[in-house]
Design a protein around this ligand. Structure first.
Ligand SMILES: *[C@@H]1O[C@H](CO)[C@@H](O)[C@H](O)[C@H]1NC(C)=O
Ligand SMILES: *[C@@H]1O[C@H](CO)[C@@H](O)[C@H](O)[C@H]1NC(C)=O
Ligand SMILES: *[C@@H]1O[C@H](CO)[C@@H](O)[C@H](O)[C@H]1NC(C)=O
Length: 409
């Protein structure tokens, strides 16, 4: 009798276990993000006709995880457009904020999810430098998000606690105050990490290698859109180093990848960084999941042709977490696969193997997980960890319920 009671008890525990410790893979039906594997979130994409919620990627693989030590310009970095314009935040002035929003989580969280390109709009405001989304180069209370130093400090904290990470800041810069940028970068602590101008190649040569940037602790690359700041303050003028395609709706017309007016032509190889924009003129969180899916990857291939067979070093999107499955993370993995190891995605690269040595992709005919429900038998996780607390919550409730069921027995 004792034995069968014990067996029943174990069965009940096993049942609870299968219910609470679901660890669902990409594409599997879910109701909350905590059910999904690390690096995934539970979302639907009605704009693509997917009304049911499935586990969806929000984190790219670490670009340097398979092949380290290449020049900075041989990696691709996930980039958020208007990184600071976050849904639900108010203006630090206390005013109503009328500017559109492009992202949904804090800079700290973006960095945690593998975002490595941060796009900020900097303005003179209230005798300081602020992040605003305005017109005519003037910030108003109702277009002012917050003082730039707050966000720069978040980036500084990240670089201080993650000693092998590299971050790029791209400034749409309206600051005219003398040494305005220098002061706010100094005050945030970030200046100590800046890669100096003298190490940035001016004629399309390779950038320093990522491991050298890590070794020298020069793990922050900053670009400004203001030309004179290169001479006056030592901030790199973006268009001396980078080519970029058209942003907004005009950059989303299938089959063509024009360059934006400030940039040299995309095929200009004296600029060794390639930056790809892919977001609508008016940010639209409902549409973004569709845009960040196959059209993004398709445009990446079009721009690759336009940029003389160069894959983008930066892939900039709105609502970077939104997609119908792989999203911007998958696009960045594809670029890194092609850049670092010659495979279709970084997922198929072998660690430190010769260029072109690839793992075979899984067979395309695998049973469709969307229709398949909640089978959670074998779950190899290819994705970087990040969402550990969800598992912890699942486990602790499991322990409590198991304990309760033992007592009840
Ligand atoms: C803008 O906000 C500041 C507080 O940050 C306030 O002192 C000022 O009166 C506001 N200006 C206007 C025009 O509302
Ligand atoms: C960054 O550092 C934090 C704190 O040490 C750690 O939890 C996190 O995993 C690190 N992230 C990366 C991308 O290395
Ligand atoms: C946002 O996108 C959705 C889905 O494509 C569309 O129905 C809606 O009209 C768009 N909203 C705006 C303001 O353009």
């Amino acid at each position: 009798m004792e034995g069968s009671k014990c067996f029943l008890n174990l069965m009940i525990i096993a049942l609870y276990l299968s219910y609470f410790v679901q660890s669902l893979e990409i594409g599997e039906t879910c109701s909350t993000s905590s059910q999904c594997d690390a690096g995934l979130s539970c979302q639907s994409c009605p704009a693509n006709g997917n009304t049911g919620s499935t586990c969806t990627r929000i984190q790219p693989l670490n670009p340097t995880s398979k092949v380290n030590g290449l020049p900075f310009n041989q990696y691709s970095w996930l980039t958020t457009h208007n990184s600071y314009a976050i849904t639900g935040v108010n203006s630090a002035t206390g005013s109503l904020l009328l500017s559109p929003r492009n992202q949904e989580d804090s800079i700290t969280n973006q960095l945690k999810n593998g975002v490595r390109g941060i796009m900020l709009d900097t303005y003179d405001f209230q005798n300081d430098v602020w992040l605003c989304h305005s017109t005519g180069g003037t910030c108003f209370n109702f277009t002012a998000f917050q003082p730039a130093i707050n966000v720069l400090k978040e980036i500084n904290d990240f670089l201080e606690s993650n000693l092998s990470e590299i971050v790029t800041i791209i400034l749409e810069d309206y600051v005219k105050a003398p040494n305005g940028l220098t002061k706010v970068f100094d005050a945030s602590g970030l200046s100590k990490f800046q890669l100096p101008l003298s190490r940035m190649p001016k004629n399309g040569e390779d950038w320093p290698t990522v491991d050298d940037m890590v070794k020298q602790n020069q793990r922050l690359v900053v670009f400004t859109s203001k030309k004179d700041k290169e001479a006056s303050e030592g901030f790199a003028y973006q268009w001396n180093y980078m080519v970029e395609n058209q942003y907004g709706d005009d950059g989303m017309k299938e089959g063509s990848c024009p360059s934006r007016s400030e940039s040299s032509s995309l095929d200009e190889k004296t600029r060794s960084l390639v930056f790809q924009n892919y977001f609508t003129s008016n940010p639209n969180s409902t549409q973004a999941c569709a845009d960040n899916s196959s059209p993004l990857i398709s445009m990446m291939r079009t721009c690759h042709e336009a940029a003389r067979l160069r894959w983008p070093n930066f892939i900039a999107v709105d609502f970077y977490q939104k997609s119908d499955g792989g999203g911007a993370a998958e696009a960045v993995d594809e670029a890194n696969g092609r850049l670092t190891c010659g495979c279709d995605s970084l997922i198929y690269c072998k660690t430190n193997a010769p260029f072109g040595t690839c793992d075979a992709p899984p067979p395309k005919s695998a049973p469709s997980p969307v229709a398949g429900g909640k089978d959670s038998s074998q779950k190899p996780s290819n994705f970087p960890a990040g969402n550990a607390d969800s598992t912890t919550i699942g486990l602790s409730s499991l322990v409590m319920i198991s304990a309760a069921s033992l007592l009840m027995w």
